[in-house]
Design a protein around this ligand. Structure first.
Ligand code: 6R9
Length: 658
């Protein structure tokens, strides 16, 4: 658990903007309880705002819990919702995506800006759908993998796949060859889309080189499409690899592909996320329910309007980007910014210059980003005009009140609505949040606010009983919701076990939370082996598995410890094999192994060498004890500990760390 600050339960702030939407928490609770009581009917009325090819017969099939099916009998297509509808409307020539590349000229101005209208997007998505269908023979039910940087081709490929019913899995460009290969193999992807590289902090990430390594062990992949981003020479395998621009030459400019009539419960994508074991979980999202939740939250949480410039600073490789860069905003027909690179490159004011350049009105960012901006000081922000911003939200980890106040004052001018939206890969979209577009309850710095309409969230104790206000417990969701997972891909038992078994009949989120007297939620952090490093979700077990791949490492325990900027960072405690002794060089080698196995995002903050690790009598490493020592917390019950001297070993390693 990473929260160490005091929570301002009683501090209530009402924004000066959007005041017409402000309601008291009691009024909100009344409205909310109605929507929860009749949640099937409530979500049906939301879903009816989307364009369905065929209406559903039943809002929810709950005959086989927890494998719920939303809007059964209905037919819909996510790509149709995101592009065709706008291409046929007055939004045709409205800008959909303003893309800005990372490289800048000597004056600090971006070298490349691309603007795609909804009609451009419609045409490109159709052409790529044609390519995938006609040239590569892909059809409904096939799977592809996408390993691309933040360039317009990424949403285009996602939407093209969705158009023809091809399930896609996007792999974040910070993952390694091994991580990519595992995901491709689990999804049995037939085709991989990658690039000749991507820019990050002025350096080129060799995506094709990493992909080539992954492709050595992915028997299902027959074809590779390489998008040229950098323009450097990369290895191309005859018969397997083709450049995107070259294969597109044979696709008619006006290609049109009929959107597949997907059943509401047909899968849209698989997104792999870390859990408590080494193997990432392939979360499968449906089409109709997922799009319904995104439609609702785009309106309620972001209050999007046609004159907005919306910017979500996440990477599309994570769920935030899937839902709130690709499917949500495009379905709503907004103009959005898509930025390729690091928010503080080449200078700490890159992000504010982007707000200023395009007149961003809605900003969706993360606590880690905010804390890193804070570190650089206020002047970088003050040098730019950010007065266009009218609404902000944060996501990914708990936001500390200081970071909240800093951004609210400096960018929000102490007047905009600003919330912290809680949700996770599994929930598909936002679950607990302020709703400035609908009914806005007063804000409190750091809170997540109340559950959104139609969502019955609660905080419970070990026995699944609601805790008292201000008492810590586990976050659960008590009713099915549109956007919930269909399953874990190829592992339905694990889906039941991980999420639905701890508290029968309730979805277990894996987070600690408190509810204050007003009914506001405050999510405190993970209650399991998952850590959020700079908002990126990692499993400590994945990192441990990577560590022991190094020949010198006999055993390893990884725990998350609080960090002032990244929220949490991983510390590794390592027992070396006989014949090896600690050295800075060995540390570097070990870190390199983890980077190779998991990816550059998996940077272990510190490696500690120990002779023993706290274990139970049956030989299981007690990470809880390691974590307590590392964070100077109460060690708690140690009756199952095999050897108390191991605790001193960990303490000593921390004290003597150089
Ligand atoms: C969207 C996303 C999910 C975990 C979740 C929780 C943490 C996300 C948060 C938050 C406090 C917020 N989390 N948003 N904690 N306040 N506003 O981040 O999905 O990568 O699957 O992570 O992130 O711990 O359980 P994902």
């Amino acid at each position: 658990m990473s929260v160490t600050w005091a929570l301002p339960f009683d501090q209530k702030i009402t924004p000066k903007l959007n005041v017409n939407k402000v309601v008291s928490i009691n009024t909100y609770k009344e409205i909310h309880s109605q929507t929860v009581k009749d949640y099937k009917q409530f979500w049906s009325s939301v879903a009816s705002e989307l364009d369905w090819f065929k209406p559903w017969e039943k809002p929810l099939d709950d005959t086989n819990p927890p494998f719920y099916k939303w809007f059964v009998g209905g037919e819909i297509n996510a790509s149709y919702l995101a592009v065709d509808r706008h291409a046929k409307s007055w939004r045709k020539n409205k800008v959909a995506i303003i893309w800005e590349g990372e490289p800048t000229d000597e004056k600090g101005n971006p070298k490349e800006i691309r603007k795609l209208t909804y009609y451009d997007l419609y045409r490109e998505v159709n052409r790529v759908a044609y390519l995938l269908k006609q040239k590569y023979g892909l059809k409904k039910g096939d799977a592809i993998a996408i390993y691309l940087p933040m360039i317009p081709e990424l949403p285009i490929f996602m939407l093209a796949a969705a158009r023809i019913g091809v399930v896609f899995t996007v792999v974040f460009s910070g993952f390694s060859a091994d991580a990519l290969a595992n995901r491709i193999n689990d999804a049995e992807a037939k085709l991989l889309v990658t690039a000749d590289g991507g820019w990050r902090r002025g350096k080129v990430i060799d995506l094709k080189g990493i992909a080539d390594k992954a492709l050595e062990k992915t028997p299902t992949v027959k074809d590779v499409i390489v998008v040229r981003r950098i323009g450097n020479r990369v290895n191309m395998v005859e018969g397997r690899d083709k450049y995107f621009d070259e294969v597109m030459k044979d696709v008619p400019q006006n290609a049109y592909v009929e959107p597949e009539r997907m059943k509401s419960e047909d899968p849209l994508y698989i997104l792999y996320t870390s859990g408590t074991t080494g193997k990432p979980k392939g979360i499968v999202h449906d089409t109709g329910g997922y799009m319904t939740l995104l439609h609702a939250t785009m309106k309620w949480v972001f209050d999007v309007r046609d004159d907005d410039i919306y910017w979500c600073t996440a990477d599309i490789g994570w769920v935030t980007g899937h839902s709130y860069i690709v499917f949500g905003p495009l379905m709503e027909g907004v103009t959005e910014v898509l930025y390729e690179g690091a928010l503080d490159y080449p200078q700490p004011d890159r992000w504010v210059s982007i707000i200023e350049r395009y007149g961003v009105t809605i900003l969706y960012t993360s606590p880690t980003a905010i804390r890193s901006f804070m570190k650089f000081g206020d002047n970088w922000v003050k040098a730019h005009n950010v007065s266009t911003v009218r609404l902000m939200h944060s996501v990914g980890e708990p936001i500390n009140p200081e970071a909240w106040e800093w951004l609210w004052k400096l960018v929000g001018r102490e007047e905009v609505p600003f919330g912290s939206t809680w949700w996770m890969t599994e929930t598909g979209g936002i679950m607990i949040s302020h709703l400035p577009g609908l009914y806005l309850v007063p804000m409190k710095p750091g809170t997540n606010g109340p559950p959104i309409l139609g969502i019955d969230a609660d905080v419970v104790n070990e026995d699944g009983k609601p805790v008292n206000p201000e008492e810590r417990g586990y976050l659960v969701i008590k009713n099915p919701w549109p956007g919930m997972p269909l399953t874990i891909y190829k592992d339905p038992e694990r889906y039941v076990k991980v999420y639905w078994s701890r508290f029968p009949g309730m979805f277990y989120a894996g987070d600690y939370a408190v509810k204050d007297k007003d009914g506001y939620f405050w999510i405190l952090g993970r209650a399991d082996e998952v850590i959020k490093v700079a908002g990126h979700r990692l499993g400590t077990y994945e990192l441990e598995s990577a560590l022991i791949e190094h020949p010198a490492v006999a055993e390893a325990a990884v725990v998350g410890v609080p960090d002032p900027v990244k929220g949490e960072v991983p510390y590794a405690f390592v027992i070396l094999r006989q014949g090896y002794s600690p050295s800075p060089q060995l540390t570097q080698e070990i870190l390199k192994t983890v980077r190779e196995k998991v990816g550059p995002i998996a940077t272990i903050d510190k490696v500690f060498f120990v002779g023993k690790l706290p274990k139970t009598r049956s030989g299981k490493i007690m990470r809880r004890v390691v974590k307590a020592v590392a964070t100077k917390a109460e060690i708690g019950d140690v009756t199952t500990l095999e050897d108390e001297a191991s605790v001193d070993e960990v303490k000593k390693a921390l004290e003597e760390f150089k």
